[in-house]
Each structure stands twice: as C-alpha cells, then as structure tokens.
Design a protein around this ligand. Structure first.
Ligand code: GLU
Length: 441
C-alpha cells in the first residue's frame, strides 16, 4: 500500500502554527513511508476563500520545504461531488430538509431548555411527498442532510487517540449542502479522500466528531475509510489556547529571523515522547516520527524555545546553505567566524560591518600606550598564519598583561564591542591594514 496523505487548508487566511504542524506531520508521514503528500485547497466557500491565501499557502509550504507531490482544488471538482451526491440521494442517504435557521434555532432552544441534547429531530425525513411538493411550490429550497445509520456504534482505532466510539443516535444528521446548492466541508472531503486514494488523514482533534460522521459517508459511498490520526491541539506558552497562536504564521517567523528548519525541528517533536533537538536535517526527525509517540495532552508551543532552537540550528548551517542570504563579500571563512554568535541570520550583516568597518572603536585613555604598542607589533607580524595568537603572545611577553587586561582593550579597539566572535577567526578577516589603523586610533 502506498501511503497518501493530504493537507487540506481552507484559503480563508494565512497558515498559522497549528496548520503548519498539521501540514508537517502529513508531509513527514508520506516521506517516511515513501508515499505521496498532496495539497488540497478546500475552497468550496467561494465567499470566504481568497486567491491571495492560496498563493501564501503555497509560498509558506515551499519556504518550509514541505513540497506537495500534487495539488487539487475543491472548486474545480464540483462535477464529481454532484455525481456522488446523486448516488447518495438515490440510496436515501441524503435527504432534503426545509427548516429555516430560525426554526432550527428554536428547536435547539426547546431541547436545551428541557435539559436534552440538541439533536436534530429528523422532521424532514417524516415529510410526505405531498408536503415536499407543497413546500417546493411555495418556492422553499431545501438544504440537504446526510442520514446517519443508527443501527450500530461508530468505532475506529485512532492512531493517536486509540479506540474511539460514538453513538450515532446522539448526533444530528449533518447538513452537507446548503439551500443555494453550495457544499459544506464534510462530504466533499470524503469524496476527495476516496478519489485521491488517501490512506491517512492527519488533522487536529477538533475534527474527531466530524470523523464519526465521515466514516459513515465512506461506507455509504462504498469505500474503505483511511486511517485517522487526530492530534492534540497546541496551546500558547502560558498553557492556554491562545488567540496569539492563531495569528502566528510563516510570515511572522520569517520576519523574526526564524529558519524554516527550526520550525520543522520543533513542530516535528512537540507533543511527542521524543526530545526537541536542533536538527537542521529532517532525516533523523523522519526516522523517529510515529503517531504512537504523540501524547493526548495539548502540546505547548513556546516562541522562546523556538528562538533558542533557531540559534542552535543556525550554528550548524554550512556556507552553501546560507550563501545567497549573506552580506555581499562575506565568504566561507566569514560565515564560519560569525555563525557561533548568531541568533538570527540577519545578525551576520552586523558582524560583517565590524569586519569591513568603519567601526566606532572603544578606547580607554589608560590603554593608549598599550594599543600603540599593539599597532607596532601588528605591523611586524606574519599575517598569513594565526595573527591573533602571534599578536597577543608578543604583547603578553612585552607588557606582562594577561587575561582581560590583555584581550579586552584589543577587542574593543578592533571591533568596537566588548564581546563577539572568536578574535582568532575575526582578525584575519579584518586584515592587516584595517587592524593597524584601528589599533592606532
Ligand atoms: N479544510 C478543513 C480544515 O481546514 C480540512 C480538515 C481535514 O483535514 O479534513 O479544517
């Protein structure tokens, strides 16, 4: 069996961190199993769907490295939905209902008022042909419900949540089509999952009760359902479902200097029994990826943890990976010198400015003679081999200075800063002439 997964966002907004996690896990499972990962744009809602969001979803996935093996758009598949819907109608598995929203709200209120669950009473199923004909003649257009089969419990083994059981008699027959003919999410999703041969549906646990209804739809359409994995939701670092999480998208992370590899490394492991590790390469993450390792408690997403992971991953990235984003002129030696000090790649430009100058040298008047002497020593050095150690060893012998008294005035004069990358790596990049000029002041 070839594994086929799909990520099925509705293009009504940008992807947020929760969607990104769902996309990632679908991608990972397909990659790990040598299968296919599909992007399905759920744009049946023509009013709320926006082309700009379709574009941003594609861009965000590309930036994250989650490249789909195929893409489908629900808005281009209405003929298929129509055909399969006709089959269900012929078999009596969907039925027209004529209640207005106000009538349904009233029924709901009455049931709730009596302390009963607000389950739809199937009044529309009891209509005689003549009743329907009269309503149609009055110009009332029906919406359509899927008739749940009440004869047996709905059961499945969820790959994350374990055994699941729903009593269909406690559920309302779901509305699958509006009176204007437009589609609600539930049925087209099942029709597509069948048509595309989806083997695993990986999504948030807010869809668990949808799955119960959808399993009966697979059955009614004569298909074997895919396996389901419903993931616990993400919470903010304060432990609550936060609004902020819903607004954190790829663009936010990109602007904050977060590398896609850091997002992948964090979201691959968050909520699992495996530790979050700074993996710049997805291969080891794929190796351990397994739904059985996911817990059922909400996973806590912490931006500070992501920032730390980002720095650790940045320190591992080699020159080829980042070259196109480095400041002009920065070569491999430059990258190797500065990368251990970076929290974000953008900071490489600050250090390159320190190399190329001009720098505002910081000079303590008490160090003037020492720095003048350093300039002299620097002028006489062999710059081809480790000038920093040659310079500091010579100055140590000549002045008796050591430790901070030796190193700090040099670093300040040479870089304008109290700390930063290893001077042994930085000084050859600054080079003889600039170094001497900065020491002379
Ligand atoms: N468009 C649905 C959503 O974004 C898809 C859910 C699913 O994966 O089936 O919630």
């Amino acid at each position: 069996m070839t594994v086929v997964t799909r990520f099925a966002p509705s293009p009504t907004g940008r992807l947020h961190v929760g969607n990104i996690r769902t996309a990632l896990h679908n991608w990972m499972w397909a990659r790990k199993q040598g299968g296919r990962f599909l992007l399905r744009i759920d744009d049946t809602d023509g009013e709320r769907s926006r082309e700009e969001h379709v574009l941003s979803i594609r861009d965000d996935l590309a930036w994250l490295g989650l490249v789909p093996d195929g893409e489908a758009r629900q808005s281009q598949r209405f003929d298929l939905y129509e055909r399969r819907f006709a089959e269900l109608a012929a078999a009596g598995r969907v039925y027209p209902a004529y209640e207005t929203q106000q009538e349904l709200d009233l029924k709901r209120k009455i049931l709730l008022g009596r302390g009963l669950p607000p389950v739809y009473d199937r009044a529309a199923l009891a209509l005689a042909d003549a009743d329907r004909a009269r309503l149609e003649a009055e110009g009332v257009r029906p919406h359509w419900r899927f008739r749940l089969d009440h004869s047996a419990a709905i059961e499945w083994h969820d790959l994350i949540r374990g055994p699941q059981r729903f009593d269909p008699a406690t559920m309302s027959d779901p509305v699958v089509r509006r009176a204007d003919g437009s589609w609600l999410y539930l049925l087209p999703s099942v029709i597509d999952d069948i048509d595309m041969g989806i083997t695993h549906v990986v999504r948030g646990e807010d869809h668990v009760s949808n799955t119960a209804a959808q399993l009966q739809m697979f059955d009614a359409l004569g298909a074997t359902p895919p396996a389901f994995a419903h993931e616990a939701l993400l919470t903010g670092s304060e432990g609550k479902l936060s609004k902020r999480l819903g607004s954190l998208g790829a663009d936010h992370f990109r602007n904050a200097g977060i590398e896609p590899q850091a997002i992948v490394a964090l979201l691959a492991r968050l909520g699992t029994s495996d530790p979050v590790e700074p993996q710049a390469d997805p291969a080891p993450l794929l190796a351990t990826f397994d739904f059985a390792r996911f817990g059922r408690a909400p996973a806590r997403f912490d931006e500070a943890e992501l920032a730390q992971l980002n720095a650790r991953i940045l320190h591992q990235l080699d020159y080829e990976t980042v070259a196109s984003r480095l400041p002009a002129g920065m070569d491999e030696a430059g990258w190797d010198a500065v990368r251990p000090n970076l929290s974000t790649l953008a900071e490489a430009a600050d250090w390159w400015q320190v190399v190329e100058g001009p720098v505002d040298a910081v000079r303590d008047p008490g160090d003037s003679a020492f720095l003048a002497q350093a300039a002299q020593v620097a002028a006489g050095l062999d710059w081809s081999d480790d000038p920093w150690h040659a310079l500091t060893n010579a100055l140590k012998d000549a002045t008796g200075r050591k430790g901070k008294a030796l190193f700090l005035p040099l670093r300040r004069a040479l870089t304008g800063r109290d700390s930063g990358p290893d001077m042994a790596a930085l000084l050859p990049l600054i080079g003889r002439d600039r170094a001497i000029a900065r020491l002379r002041g």
